[in-house]
Write a protein that binds this ligand. Sequence first.
Ligand code: FAD
Length: 457
Amino acid sequence: MSTGIYWFRRDLRLADNPGLARALAMHEAVFFVYLDEQTQAPYDASRAWLSRSLQALAADIAARGGVLNVLTGRAEALLPRLAAALGAEAVHVSTLHEPDADARDARLAKTLLHEGVRLLRNGGRVLTDADRLRSKSETVYRVFTPFYKAALGTWRHVAVEAPTHLSAVQLPEGEDWPTTEVRSPRPAWDLGFWQHSTPGERAAHLRLEAFLGEVDGYVEARDYPGQDATSRLSAHLHFGEISPGRVLAQTRAIGSAGADKFLAEIGWREFAYYVLYHWPQSTSCNFNPRFDSLQWREDPEGLSAWAQGRTGVPLVDAGMRQLWHEGRMHNRVRMVVASWLTKHMGIHWQEGAKWFMHTLVDADLANNTLGWQWVAGTGVDAAPYFRIFNPVSQSQKFDPSGEYLRRWLPELAALDNRSIHAPWMSGVSVRGYPAKPIVDLQTGRQDALDRFARTAR
Ligand code: FAD
């Protein structure tokens, strides 16, 4: 009997999973495994999501007669052992499209081949073939809009049905396997995460359908954090609970201005993976080396005031508190808090990126790196380096009634709509809230301009 191993990673779904379909077509028996390798920094919030997502996947597999085995340890050590004990011919995976992980897969493929086992890699995580997509002059895209125009025409979705029956291949007996259960690292912390989100494939499909029902409002409403009018699909996409192909197909079927705008945001995710593929060093270096001489401030106290939502700037503090309590933050507010940290406070974008990776349930190396470098002005794309978000005018424009601010800053809830965005400007002092911003808005802006101007010389 032919046996294969399906190694789930960030494709925690049964439908639209080409690698899984291939494994099931190739073998009479397929062993399902998730390896808790714990090789990365402990991205706590996203680990809480992972824990629930794996429970959902295990239940979906069990409902079809199969079993998901969760083991702890490195793939290099466990997979050859498992393959030998099961007599498996191949290990199937979906490619992660992260440079370090992909390089590790290439090494692993060689190790397995020594034992006569093939590592079969499959697509499904992204829509764009980063290796092939080039401009007419054969250069790699650095700017979003031309990338998107070229990429959009190449995107296809081939629907793959979820299997209806699975065989229950158990861990081979006679060996001591390191079985485990991925747990939320801090259960008391993550309670707020689940008020608006449910991990798992079924929840992801329901979320997409509910969102697409309202997608026409997306063009206008997506920028208003109080309205919460975005899809909230990012963690589902990160963990592969839904395929970008399915999102593409269902969105294209609508064909409205809102659907087009939403697809462009999916395009940003594609662009982030494309940039990471072509500039793998961008996770730890400025994308544009011209900014290597930029002076950053060492300010641990400022950094922790920012992280804890104590900067005295209401929109920044509201965003950072939402992040801590819900493991997410509205995109507009992500841009504002990132700009405040890197421009007004002059703190290195990598410090902010690290905190986001620790606290976001959708923490994603490609998207997070692109977001931070874009806002910091050190990144790819044509954003002018002198773009500095004014957190007060952003707040007045995108949260005019202070709805979002009041939700996250109860100490300011009683202020009127005019003074809530910048209490110090109206001479209002609020007990328990900083009397003025940690950095003066004008001075911080000018300092940032000066620091950037020095790199231009
Ligand atoms: P929607 O507006 O509904 O967008 C749909 C999908 O498109 C998202 O789920 C996401 O997959 C993708 N998307 C949207 N905007 C972007 C973008 N600017 N870049 C890349 N993909 C995008 N997104 C993450 O998924 N993980 C991160 O770690 C992350 N870090 C960020 C850090 C900074 C500093 C900034 C400015 C943005 C970051 N983003 C990140 C992008 C964006 O803020 C989130 O994807 C979005 O807020 C998630 O909410 P949503 O699913 O409701 O988005």
